[in-house]
Design a protein around this ligand. Structure first.
Ligand code: F6P
Length: 382
């Protein structure tokens, strides 16, 4: 009965910064639900914010709840997606058609500060129960999964997390959804900047995202052949350290190198602290060093770029689409066979596991970061 309200369902929401692979995950979770498990998926608009809005609108009123269920039932799929007043959509086959490789998320994503309040979460839990939701899947990064952990602790709903963030800063999984695509985009960007760097014999300083983690910059550096990668894990960078980096570039120029691409992760801090973007701070420091009296390359120019949200968009890579399907598959298996199990899907040694919320960092992740740094250094020609 497509137009009746489902007796049971699984809800899915996307939270925090959007990440490539979110749409591929939505498609997989909806299609596996309908084709294999015969269970309806309710898509939540704008992450936790959509749930909070709806909980507030219903506000424990039985009649409002009946009206909401009727609106959800009468606006399945695309009809629900285009109805901006509706935050809970009964997904169908057609609503996820053609979205697999599209960046962003058709359901929308948001950061929701209100969700930090226990009373707000309590209202949301009540709403989900009243809507016959048996499990909620939360797709997002660190903050979003912390919200999922709280819901799991405070309710008897099954809460499954799915790691999706271009930052790759979640240390319990080898890879989060979206990282592969973001690295591909960064490699593409570096390729473009190299053209100008070579033509003008310049140093290009490109700032990547990644929050406090340098892994995105490391992966992009290794994959693109960027000459230098500056990451936050080593602590704040002093003026002396910046001179050292500039000296390294100058040394390479002395040996005949014509240009350099420097990747700096946004998590990098300076000592003394700086307010400006890292790429600009480094540009000034490098430029000052190159122009010091008696320097060999006073005309060597430095140009900064903050790559920003370019890194989050674009066509999702096959690798991310595959990971999305595998995460969705594991989420369904857990929901159906381990009903009381809460946890997060994680990729570990090419197996998708469910790990508990708050799982310790995998030592392999730190080893991976070190391995990338070492390889980058060893592959360098300067
Ligand atoms: O967590 C993903 C991320 O893109 C970070 O790399 C970045 O620091 C942040 O989100 C940017 O957030 P916003 O889109 O809110 O500016």
């Amino acid at each position: 009965m497509p137009n009746s309200y489902p007796d049971q369902s699984v809800a899915v929401l996307f939270s925090g910064g959007d990440s490539p692979g979110m749409n591929a995950f939505l498609r997989a979770i909806v299609r596996l639900g309908l084709n294999r498990e015969k269970i309806v998926v309710l898509g939540i608009r704008d992450g936790y914010r959509g749930l909070v809005r709806t909980a507030r609108a219903v506000n424990g009123d039985a009649e409002a709840l009946v009206r909401l269920k009727s609106t959800i039932a009468s606006h399945p799929g695309r009809a629900g997606l285009i109805n901006e007043q509706l935050d809970i959509i009964r997904m169908d086959h057609a609503s996820v058609s053609g979205i697999m490789g599209k960046g962003g998320t058709i359901l929308g994503s948001a950061r929701c500060l209100e969700f930090h309040t226990p009373e707000v979460r309590e209202k949301v839990i009540r709403l989900l129960k009243n809507l016959n939701v048996r499990a909620l899947i939360v797709v997002g990064g660190d903050g979003s999964l912390t919200g999922a952990k709280l819901l799991a602790e405070e309710s008897d709903l099954q809460i499954i997390g799915v790691p999706a963030t271009i930052d790759n800063d979640l240390q319990f999984t080898d890879m989060a959804l979206g990282v592969d695509t973001a690295v591909k985009t960064l490699v593409w960007a570096v390729d473009h900047f190299i053209d100008t760097a070579r033509s003008h014999r310049r140093v290009m300083v490109l700032e990547t995202m990644g929050r406090e983690s340098g892994d995105l910059a490391r992966m992009a550096g290794l994959a693109s052949g960027a000459e230098m990668i500056i990451t936050p894990e080593g602590g704040p960078i002093t003026d002396e350290a910046m001179k050292g980096l500039a000296a390294k570039i100058e040394g390479a120029m002395t040996r005949g190198r014509g240009h350099a691409i420097v990747l700096v992760a946004e998590g990098v801090q300076f000592d003394p602290p700086q307010k400006r973007n890292r790429a600009y701070v480094l540009m000034d420091a490098f430029q000052e060093y190159f122009q010091r009296s008696g320097a060999p390359f006073p005309d060597l120019e430095v140009r900064p770029s903050v790559l920003g949200h370019l890194q989050r968009g674009g066509h999702t890579t096959p690798q991310d689409c595959i990971l999305a399907a595998r995460f969705a598959d594991r989420a369904w298996t857990t929901i159906l066979t381990e009903k009381s199990k809460n946890g997060i899907t994680a990729l570990r040694k090419n197996v998708i596991e469910i790990v508990p919320y708050g799982a310790p960092d995998m030592p392999e992740r730190a080893a991976f970061s070190k391995e990338m740094e070492k390889l980058h250094e060893e592959l360098s020609s300067w």
